[in-house]
Design a binder for this molecule. Structure first.
Ligand SMILES: Cc1ncc(C[n+]2csc(CCOP(=O)(O)OP(=O)(O)O)c2C)c(N)n1
Length: 275
């Protein structure tokens, strides 16, 4: 076990303070990630961290690894390129629900389908934080945002079900409150050969919270504590008991041939033919 201060080894202290609002869970998720890297004893040079655009995607600016802060929705595309060129790197994607599932939705499903060895950590704040609180593909139906002032009419994606349907080989969900669980899933995801998707729920206090739950960040954490149910426990609960709850846990952990390994075989075959 590594304590939280050890994670500071990986922070670019000269970039502090962060842009994140007081009470935002992004810092908690970032520290879960740093703790996971520390506990796995990974060297900085072995790790590449790629993000898109958004509040959550700013995370790459605060950490001292090989990092790329790329284009909105293109984090997984850049990460795919990095992994293809250097399969020995541990490639991690830090992304928002908008970045990964709206503009980046295509890259997300195809990375799952290919089973490329990326660890995709979704900072799921249920809306677009950076641009002012618009609804995103994970905003629940009926919820309020700056672009759904009478209630959102779009049914949301369930990230776990989406990743499962696209045939991701590791899928888990945690929250900013359950930081030890998040660290555990990130560690497992990094060690997993193939794509791992870790959906981490962290309602944005500034926009989502203010419009839908509470303007107090501590209430956000209590909300996560009181409404999350482990999937193992949920199986024995009735529909009525699960009303207003969301399910966390590990949902998929299977083996399937990884994409860069398949590609290496193709290169080998092609060079044999040429010789
Ligand atoms: C091509 C493009 N379209 C739109 C934007 C504007 N934009 C910047 S961040 C963002 C949404 C961010 O939401 P999310 O990915 O959920 O991250 P969060 O800020 O909530 O962490 C949008 C629409 C952009 N930068 N580039």
């Amino acid at each position: 076990m590594v304590n939280a201060s050890a994670a500071k080894d990986f922070l670019r202290k000269d970039r502090m303070p962060t842009v994140w609002c007081p009470g935002c869970g992004n810092g908690i998720i970032l520290s879960s990630f740093l703790r996971a890297v520390k506990e796995l004893n990974l060297m900085k040079r072995e790790v590449a961290v790629i993000s898109g655009i958004g509040c959550s995607s700013r995370a790459t600016g605060y950490i001292d690894f090989n990092t790329l802060h790329t284009l909105h929705g293109r984090a997984i595309a850049f990460a795919t390129g990095v992994k293809m060129v250097n399969p020995s790197l541990r490639v991690i994607v830090l992304t928002g629900d908008g970045d990964a599932l709206a503009i980046g939705g295509n890259h997300f499903i195809h990375a799952c389908r290919r089973n490329i060895d990326l660890t995709v950590i979704i900072f799921n704040n249920r809306m677009y934080g950076m641009t002012g609180g618009e609804f995103s593909p994970t905003t629940p139906e009926g919820d309020f945002s700056t672009t759904s002032v009478y209630g959102n009419i779009d049914p949301p994606f369930d990230v776990v079900n989406l990743a499962k349907a696209a045939e991701a080989t590791y899928v888990a969900r945690s929250t900013a409150y359950h930081h030890m669980l998040t660290t555990k899933y990130i560690k497992e995801g990094i060690l997993h050969k193939g794509i791992s998707v870790i959906d981490v729920f962290t309602p944005c206090p500034t926009y989502y919270g203010r419009y839908n739950l509470s303007s107090k960040p501590t209430d956000m954490l209590f909300y996560l504590r009181d409404h999350a149910v482990m999937n193992t426990k949920a199986q024995a609960m009735s529909r009525e008991e699960l009303k207003d709850k969301f399910i966390i846990g590990k949902f998929v952990d299977i083996e399937r041939e990884e994409y860069t390994e398949r590609y290496a075989k193709i290169i080998e075959r092609a060079s044999e033919v040429r010789e």
